[in-house]
Ligand binder design. Structure first.
Ligand code: TRP
Length: 338
């Protein structure tokens, strides 16, 4: 048997999964989890959460909700290794060793850090590093450790993360050059064909815009939120443009091709916004009702989620413990006798 390709991605535990996360990241990852030619490593990046969020309850709640979401949607945990970052202590340990070979200048160029400095400068602040923690500054190194520790070849990420994968390659190359070929150079996998959804206000659906529809919002809330999605002032009977419409975009991300084409024809025929919103709500609700029920049941049984994560951590550590042992020895940290 040939070794499966390791595909790895992390989910930062600071929010509640929304429709945009589902379509853009969760659904493709869960589909891939059933493919026996790949060995997926999916993890809850709770150490990353601490970079942006110092509210302990929110970190805990988000970890619970994200794990419950992935399990409720049918993540194949017989194949995929599903774990919590903090349950694999080798990650933080490796991050330190990587810190010691990473040029500070490389980190100075990281987009997230540069954006924070820029925001300080724009606001007339005299200290460009005001409010910036070492966590934020160093975050690409922790991310490199996440990836390199499992010798992941492919890393599915959003466009905003490509630079971090390139940094992980740089760091891996430097470490390998100094201490031997421990690490595989990872590649970012950015899928062009996954949809991006618009949120309530018509901008991209994103936690930072506060315009999201939670994936497993209770039925009533889901209806209320769909009714709030911004539309234009065209009247029923007037032909409408499907392509530029948030409602259509969301529908299309869930529907079959035929259903989408049928709806497109209804737009041309002048479907009213009220009717369209009802139709979108009914459609989403039909599709989400069953996993939502499983999700709610899991939230009531956190011990099941915990057990799944512990199982994942055990599997993850069968990879990380031996690699870390070799890495530690190669830098000169090893027993003095025997
Ligand atoms: N930083 C990533 C994000 O914000 C999440 C993440 C953490 C990650 N570690 C990772 C993604 C390792 C891929 C690989 O989206």
């Amino acid at each position: 048997m040939t070794a499966s390709t390791i595909v790895l991605t992390g989910i930062t535990t600071t929010g509640t999964p929304h429709l945009g996360n589902y379509v853009g990241a969760i659904r493709p990852a869960i589909e891939a989890s059933h493919d026996r030619n790949v060995l997926p490593f999916y993890f809850l990046a709770d150490y990353h959460a601490l970079i942006k969020c110092q509210e302990p309850e929110r970190v805990r709640q988000s970890t619970l909700e994200i794990a419950a979401t992935w399990l409720a949607l049918g993540l194949d945990t017989a194949n995929a290794v599903f774990y919590r970052q903090s349950d694999v202590p080798e990650i933080a340990e490796l991050a330190w060793l990587l810190n010691c070979v990473t040029a500070k200048g490389l980190m100075n160029r990281a987009h997230a850090y540069k954006a924070a400095v820029q925001a300080n400068e724009d606001s007339g602040e005299t200290d460009p590093d005001k409010g910036i923690t070492m966590g934020l500054f160093n975050y690409p190194v922790l991310m490199a450790a996440d990836i390199l520790l499992f010798r992941a070849r492919r890393v599915p990420v959003g466009k905003d993360q490509i630079q971090h994968i390139e940094m992980a390659r740089d760091i891996a190359g430097r470490f390998n050059h100094l201490y031997g070929e421990h690490f595989v150079l990872p590649e970012a996998v950015v899928s062009e064909d996954t949809a991006t959804l618009c949120g309530l206000d018509g901008r991209k659906m994103s936690k930072s815009y506060d315009n999201t529809i939670p994936l497993f919002a209770p039925e009533k809330t889901l209806r209320k939120l769909v009714m709030k999605i911004k539309t234009n002032s065209l009247q029923p009977g007037e032909p409408k443009d499907a392509e530029t419409c948030s409602l259509f975009g969301i529908y299309r991300a869930f529907a079959t091709r035929q259903e989408t084409e049928a709806l497109r024809a209804d737009y041309a025929a002048g479907i009213g916004w009220g009717d369209m919103k009802n139709r979108l709500f009914e459609y989403l609700n039909d599709h989400l009702a069953a996993p939502r029920e499983r999700y709610e049941a899991l939230l009531q049984a956190p011990e099941k989620i915990e057990a799944a994560l512990q199982d994942g951590a055990i599997r993850a550590r069968t990879h990380s413990v031996p690699l870390m042992q070799a890495v530690r020895a190669s830098v000169g940290i090893r027993p003095l006798a025997g």
